[in-house]
Design a protein around this ligand. Structure first.
Ligand SMILES: [Zn+2]
Length: 332
């Protein structure tokens, strides 16, 4: 463990940072020194230092800036940065500071629009039960700023679609997952139950179009992965989710990754249709016990292990038909 030097330097740079607060074992929050943070509110602080594997990274949820702890220190004070590099060198810590996994070429300005009165998961304190549930599911931290706590899901929906829920009996909090179009506008959203409330997912369409999650982030010039669940899509690069609908027409190169449920009749029919259309599909290996990507992550698989399994288990055409016949455990 080499993070003790990093932790020490976080406290050494803290005098340069406004509203600096330690939020958890490896989580600090302060006003972003790059963009100056919210101009309207002097107390809003959307910059975070957090741990990923053994390294600390910086991310701002206001301007989207993201970098390594080393570069943040360098930006704040070059003298402290020289000390930091030297101290790491003395302790034999690799000097090539790894690059963070996220891209930060373009700042992301997410439009809050209809979500303006909701708190994002990143706005919640670390001991908030809703945030704890999200953290327990190991959802990537970078996604917290665009997932929301909706305290009264029925009531909230009725403000957008009058009388969508004629009765507010049994109204309850849900995790709100916004579906954004290419311009970042919300055209649908999904309310996921925090507990055992049924149904587990409620999807609300604000516009008549395919319910595809991740259109605001996907790069269609690259290979696109398609999964079923929006939360699952957050674990893979360049991944969108089709919330329970058939694979729509898409003008890009893509692979469809289904859940690992070979006994689910509806799913089997859907897979068959996708294979017949000639698309590339992922059929999980027989020894895989978990039913979706989030479950695999929770049970210890890393993103790169999952990526590798996906690559090794992608099929198309005749090979897909063969593997599918073997994979399905029942006759649909
Ligand atoms: Zn910023």
């Amino acid at each position: 463990m080499d993070s003790y030097i990093d932790v020490k330097y976080v406290s050494l740079i803290s005098p340069y940072l406004q509203q600096f607060k330690k939020k958890g074992d490896f989580l600090w929050n302060f006003r972003c020194p790059y963009c100056g943070d919210s101009q309207k509110s002097r107390t809003k602080a959307r910059g975070f230092v957090y741990r990923r594997k053994n390294d600390l990274f910086y991310k701002c949820h206001n301007c989207g800036a993201g970098t390594t702890l080393g570069k943040l220190i360098q930006y704040l004070d070059s003298k402290t940065y020289n000390d930091y590099i030297f101290e790491r060198y003395k302790k034999g810590v690799k000097t090539n500071n790894p690059e963070p996994e996220f891209k930060f070429d373009e700042p992301i300005f997410r439009k809050k629009g209809i979500l303006k009165n909701l708190k994002s998961i990143s706005d919640l304190s670390t001991d908030h039960p809703a945030r704890k549930i999200i953290e327990e599911r190991s959802i990537p931290f970078e996604s917290f700023s665009d997932l929301y706590l909706c305290e009264s899901f029925y009531q909230f929906t009725n403000t957008l679609i009058p009388n969508k829920f004629p009765s507010l009996d049994g109204d309850h909090p849900r995790l709100l997952i916004p579906f954004r179009d290419e311009q970042g506008e919300v055209f649908a959203y999904q309310g996921r139950a925090f507990g055992k409330e049924q149904p587990k997912y409620i999807t609300i369409k604000l516009e008549e179009r395919d319910k595809i999650f991740g259109l605001d982030r996907v790069d269609k010039s690259k290979h696109v992965y398609v999964v079923e669940g929006p939360l699952d899509s957050l674990f893979l690069d360049n991944c969108i989710a089709i919330a329970g609908v058939d694979v729509p027409q898409m003008d890009c190169d893509f692979t469809v990754i289904f859940d690992n449920e070979p006994r689910n009749k509806e799913l089997l029919k859907q897979i068959e249709r996708v294979i017949e259309k000639g698309h590339r599909v992922v059929l999980w290996p027989d020894q895989m016990n978990w039913k979706d990507i989030n479950d695999m992550i929770i049970h210890g698989y890393t993103k790169s292990q999952i990526q590798e399994i996906i690559t090794d288990n992608t099929f198309c055409g005749a090979a897909a038909r063969l593997r599918f016949a073997e994979w399905r455990k029942i006759n649909a």
